[in-house]
Design a protein around this ligand. Structure first.
Ligand code: NAP
Length: 317
């Protein structure tokens, strides 16, 4: 992948801190956007061991970084080193974007606007190509999972006026999350249920949107799906699978076979990156360029056999 621009004495840096970070698609998509806009910046991967996080954050400032993304496992721990934290990042309990504030950093979370922008901007092609966006208000949504990603999704949906039913393998986690979000949105309709075929069947009948926030179906375990084989997928139920590798998860294949609308997590990956970019540079980057670069990267990388040497672990940003 070529660098965004020829690096010269005036080039400024942005990047992503993670551990590991080799699998991240963010350098490719951000450098493509920087190149498209002719910005003299370079986005670099930063492998930061957990015990070096404090030094790394201080180092970003010392090296005059314009901003930085933060990924697994640092999204919670990095909050400690922020001068301020946005309301969304505070509520979700995770910071994935650092924005310069004076001599320090403000922590933001771009998953919330990234998820909502994906819903709002998805055209449901091909049969309903003129219909745009999924309006959350008043809709019933069914969330698979109660882990880190689910927090941002549930926050976004509850704030948008949707009814949220959280279904999780470990029911206590779903219950705790529903309680926590109810405190933030006292009027919101939030429920928690154990993940059973009976619960899925009943809830799917009246839900409008199903969001898979679990890791089930992710590469290399691509044969797995939380939707039971014996249960017909309802065609009215739009599916948003946060997983983006593979692009077409088994769950997406099940929903598509039933004629339901589907949304891949790759769009959200791109939109969350786009919001970080806008916080740093003040302009929305070309999301279509970023999306195409990610598609190319995924296509190239999944051709590799999953050996220890490739270290392509397509999990988080
Ligand atoms: P996490 O915190 O580890 O949560 C994992 C969730 O999956 C938990 O609810 C867990 O249930 C559930 N789960 C795992 N294995 C299961 C199984 N065999 N059966 C049933 N449930 C199972 O992970 P995360 O950080 O939330 O990430 C989840 C996914 O979201 C990943 O695939 C990640 O790549 C994706 N993601 C995508 C984007 C994007 O931009 N597209 C952004 C963020 C995350 P228990 O509570 O019972 O353990």
């Amino acid at each position: 992948m070529p660098l965004a621009n020829a690096i010269n004495g005036r080039t400024k840096l942005v990047g992503v801190m993670g551990w590991p970070v080799e699998h991240s698609l963010s350098p490719q998509m951000h450098n493509a956007a920087l190149a498209a806009l002719g910005l003299n910046h370079c986005y670099v991967p930063l492998a930061v061991a957990p015990e070096r996080l404090r030094d790394a954050v201080a180092g970003l400032r010392a090296l005059d970084f314009v901003g930085c993304n933060v990924t697994v496992p640092h999204k919670q721990a990095v909050r400690e080193y922020m001068q301020e934290i946005s309301e969304e990042a505070q509520a979700v309990g995770a910071v994935n974007t650092l924005v310069r504030r004076g001599d320090g950093w403000a922590g933001y979370n771009s998953d919330v606007p990234g998820f909502l922008a994906t819903l709002a901007n998805t055209r449901f092609a091909p049969t309903t190509a003129t219909e745009e966006g999924f309006e959350c208000r008043g809709k019933r949504t069914l969330i698979l999972g109660a882990g880190g990603a689910a927090r941002g999704i549930i926050y976004a949906l509850a704030r948008s006026g949707a009814t949220v039913v959280i279904v999780n393998r470990t029911p206590s986690r779903a219950e705790a999350l529903a309680r926590e979000m109810s405190l933030l949105f006292p009027g919101a309709a939030l429920e928690a249920l154990p993940l059973t075929p009976a619960a899925l069947k009943k809830e799917a009948e009246t839900a409008h949107l199903l969001v898979n926030t679990t890791t089930v179906g992710m590469w290399p375990e691509t044969a797995h799906s939380l939707w039971p084989d014996e249960l017909a997928y309802p065609p009215h139920l739009t599916l948003f699978d946060l997983i983006y590798n593979p692009l077409r998860t088994r769950l997406i294949a099940q929903a598509e076979a039933a004629g339901a609308r589907t949304i891949s997590g790759l769009k959200m990956l791109v939109y969350q990156g786009a919001f970080s970019f806008r916080w740093w540079f003040g302009v929305m980057p070309p999301v279509d360029v970023m999306y195409q670069v990610c598609l190319n990267e995924l296509a190239a990388n999944t051709r590799f056999a999953p050996t220890a040497n490739t270290r392509f672990a397509p999990t988080k940003r």
